[in-house]
Design a protein around this ligand. Structure first.
Ligand code: NAD
Length: 344
């Protein structure tokens, strides 16, 4: 039997999760709740996703030619899980409504960790979410960091992590956000909030993060140093990353790729929907070992990276799959996740 899923909020993240759910053979998208009849509502309608909205707004949708199936309460009655993809801090306000409907809840990283029982990443702590009432899929930067830290920590004695985050200013559709001509300390304190967020998944590790925002909409970039309690070879680090799902290598020597723009171009050439990159993309030549330290640079596509994690969160929270590797493999196959970029 398929798990019945609702999505509240059909923006950057919600629409991608909706499409990903449609590709799973153990889930069915029952409907999406939209609060405004904008172009994204048209997209949902044109894809055949049943639309739900509030009683007050239904007339506006109908006037624009978008049929409405019912209210949020109607939608929640017919599902097992709701995925909340409303803007940051809005999800919390729906918690009680979801709770009353008796559905399982998946929130996004813009919410406080306290919104859910578990802060989730499929590679790091899938088991913790099995059967939980609610989970929070951590944000894009945190997902990128948690994946790579947990990959190395499972095989090596990682003593500390220092991560320098170059954040994209806005998503491509966000016409009102910046900076457009500056480097902004984001936030102007160290550590940035990302370190605390990583700990919500990985526990009390030694991590410091620092972040600036720059005028690009494409991807984030992370420069990371891991200090180890043992010696390791560069090849061993590469082997660990190659063995870990959702981490892909790109070779600048082989492909000529040295930028996020070229990575996005590859995703376009691959025919990825919306040029989405679900993988942490690590530059192979950036991986270096000096003494007990490993250094590397990775790119994170903020709009896409949490999508596979939401799919796995559905399987974990409903207990339809208890083995994280099986869920991740299934999700990754459905989305065409790769281990190497721009390589035959
Ligand atoms: P978005 O603004 O693109 O989409 C939000 C959607 O919710 C829109 O469809 C909007 O119309 C709708 N909405 C607004 N108010 C609502 C309300 N009161 N009730 C119901 N729907 C409402 O936002 P997003 O970027 O998709 O972010 C969603 C969540 O995902 C946030 O928690 C965010 O922090 C997190 N997230 C975003 C990114 C990213 O880069 N965009 C990456 C990872 C996680």
């Amino acid at each position: 039997m398929s798990v019945r899923v609702a999505i509240n909020g059909f923006g950057t993240i919600g629409k991608r999760i909706a499409d990903a759910i449609s590709k799973q053979n153990d889930m069915i998208l029952v409907g999406v709740f939209k609060n405004r009849p904008n172009y994204e509502a048209y997209t949902a309608y044109s894809k055949g996703y049943p639309i739900y909205t509030s009683r007050e707004r239904a007339g506006e949708f109908e006037k624009r030619g978008i049929p409405v199936k019912g209210t949020l309460e109607d939608l929640l009655k017919s599902v097992d899980v709701v995925i909340d993809a409303t803007p940051s801090k809005v999800g919390e306000s729906y918690r009680e409504i979801y709770g009353k409907a008796g559905v399982k809840m998946i929130f996004q990283g813009g919410e406080k960790a306290s919104v859910a029982d578990v802060s989730f990443n499929a590679i790091a702590n899938y088991e913790k979410a099995i059967g939980a009432r609610s989970v929070r899929v951590v944000s894009c930067n945190t997902t990128g960091l948690v994946r790579i830290i947990s990959a190395l920590s499972k095989s090596l004695k990682v003593e500390s992590v220092r991560a320098y985050i170059v954040r994209r200013a806005a998503d491509p559709k966000e016409i009102g956000r910046g900076p457009i001509n500056s480097v902004v300390l984001d936030p102007p304190k160290i550590p940035s909030h990302h370190a605390e967020d990583v700990k919500t998944v990985l526990g009390d590790i030694d991590i410091v993060t620092m972040a600036v925002a720059v005028p690009t909409t494409l991807m984030h970039t992370h420069m990371i140093t891991f200090r180890l309690g043992e010696k390791v070879t560069r090849q061993r680090v590469i082997d660990i990353l190659m063995e870990t799902p959702r981490i892909a290598l790109v070779s600048s020597e082989q492909s000529g790729i040295t930028s996020t723009a070229e990575l996005v171009e590859v995703a376009r050439d691959m025919g990825r929907p919306r040029s989405d990159i679900y993988e942490n993309v690590v530059w192979e030549e950036s991986i270096s070992v000096s003494g007990n330290e490993i250094h590397m640079i990775q790119a994170i596509h903020q709009e896409a990276i949490v999508v596979p994690e939401n799919i796995d969160a559905v399987r974990a929270i409903t207990s339809i799959e208890k083995d994280w590797r099986k869920s991740v493999a299934k999700t990754d196959y459905s989305l065409g996740v790769v281990k190497a970029f721009a390589k035959p």
